[in-house]
Design a protein around this ligand. Structure first.
Ligand SMILES: [Zn+2]
Length: 90
Protein backbone atom coordinates (compact mmCIF):
# COMPACT_ATOMS: atom_id res chain seq x y z
CA UNK A 1 0.00 0.00 0.00
CA UNK A 2 1.35 3.37 -0.98
CA UNK A 3 0.63 6.32 1.19
CA UNK A 4 1.22 9.66 -0.45
CA UNK A 5 1.57 13.09 0.98
CA UNK A 6 3.29 16.38 0.46
CA UNK A 7 6.83 16.73 1.73
CA UNK A 8 8.59 20.05 1.72
CA UNK A 9 12.26 19.71 0.77
CA UNK A 10 15.02 22.24 0.47
CA UNK A 11 17.06 22.21 -2.75
CA UNK A 12 19.99 24.22 -4.08
CA UNK A 13 18.57 26.73 -6.53
CA UNK A 14 21.78 28.56 -7.33
CA UNK A 15 25.47 28.59 -6.45
CA UNK A 16 27.21 31.96 -6.50
CA UNK A 17 30.94 32.23 -7.09
CA UNK A 18 32.85 33.04 -3.88
CA UNK A 19 35.17 35.39 -5.79
CA UNK A 20 32.97 37.41 -8.17
CA UNK A 21 29.60 36.64 -6.51
CA UNK A 22 27.94 35.90 -9.86
CA UNK A 23 25.63 32.95 -10.43
CA UNK A 24 27.23 29.79 -11.78
CA UNK A 25 24.11 28.98 -13.81
CA UNK A 26 24.90 28.41 -17.50
CA UNK A 27 22.69 29.30 -20.48
CA UNK A 28 21.85 25.69 -21.31
CA UNK A 29 20.58 25.17 -17.77
CA UNK A 30 22.14 23.77 -14.68
CA UNK A 31 24.99 24.96 -12.51
CA UNK A 32 28.65 24.71 -13.46
CA UNK A 33 31.24 25.42 -10.80
CA UNK A 34 34.44 24.18 -9.22
CA UNK A 35 34.64 23.31 -5.54
CA UNK A 36 37.71 23.91 -3.41
CA UNK A 37 37.66 22.00 -0.12
CA UNK A 38 39.99 21.92 2.85
CA UNK A 39 39.61 20.06 6.11
CA UNK A 40 42.50 20.59 8.49
CA UNK A 41 43.29 17.84 10.92
CA UNK A 42 45.34 17.01 13.97
CA UNK A 43 48.83 18.46 13.96
CA UNK A 44 47.98 21.50 11.84
CA UNK A 45 47.63 25.10 12.99
CA UNK A 46 44.00 25.05 11.80
CA UNK A 47 42.98 21.73 13.34
CA UNK A 48 39.23 21.22 13.08
CA UNK A 49 38.63 23.99 10.53
CA UNK A 50 36.78 23.23 7.32
CA UNK A 51 36.56 25.37 4.21
CA UNK A 52 34.52 25.09 1.05
CA UNK A 53 34.62 27.57 -1.81
CA UNK A 54 32.72 27.55 -5.08
CA UNK A 55 34.24 29.17 -8.15
CA UNK A 56 32.69 30.02 -11.51
CA UNK A 57 34.50 28.93 -14.66
CA UNK A 58 36.21 32.31 -15.18
CA UNK A 59 37.44 32.66 -11.62
CA UNK A 60 38.57 29.03 -11.50
CA UNK A 61 40.79 29.40 -14.55
CA UNK A 62 41.97 32.82 -13.37
CA UNK A 63 43.06 31.19 -10.12
CA UNK A 64 44.81 28.38 -11.98
CA UNK A 65 46.64 30.94 -14.13
CA UNK A 66 47.71 32.77 -10.96
CA UNK A 67 49.10 29.55 -9.48
CA UNK A 68 51.03 28.84 -12.66
CA UNK A 69 52.47 32.37 -12.83
CA UNK A 70 53.53 32.24 -9.23
CA UNK A 71 54.84 28.69 -9.40
CA UNK A 72 58.39 29.68 -8.49
CA UNK A 73 57.25 31.44 -5.34
CA UNK A 74 55.07 28.48 -4.37
CA UNK A 75 57.99 26.06 -4.76
CA UNK A 76 60.16 28.35 -2.62
CA UNK A 77 57.42 28.53 0.03
CA UNK A 78 56.91 24.78 0.05
CA UNK A 79 60.63 24.17 0.52
CA UNK A 80 60.89 26.84 3.22
CA UNK A 81 57.94 25.60 5.27
CA UNK A 82 58.10 21.87 4.73
CA UNK A 83 61.57 20.54 4.17
CA UNK A 84 61.63 18.15 1.28
CA UNK A 85 63.72 15.02 1.61
CA UNK A 86 67.14 15.46 0.07
CA UNK A 87 68.28 13.04 -2.53
CA UNK A 88 72.01 12.63 -2.42
CA UNK A 89 73.45 10.80 -5.35
CA UNK A 90 76.97 9.51 -4.76
ZN1 LIG B 1 33.55 34.01 -10.34
Amino acid sequence: MKITGRVETEVVTDVKCDICRLSTRVDVGGLQFATLNAKWGFGTKHDGERYEFHLCEGCFFGTIAYFRQDGEYMMYWMKATKPLPLMILA
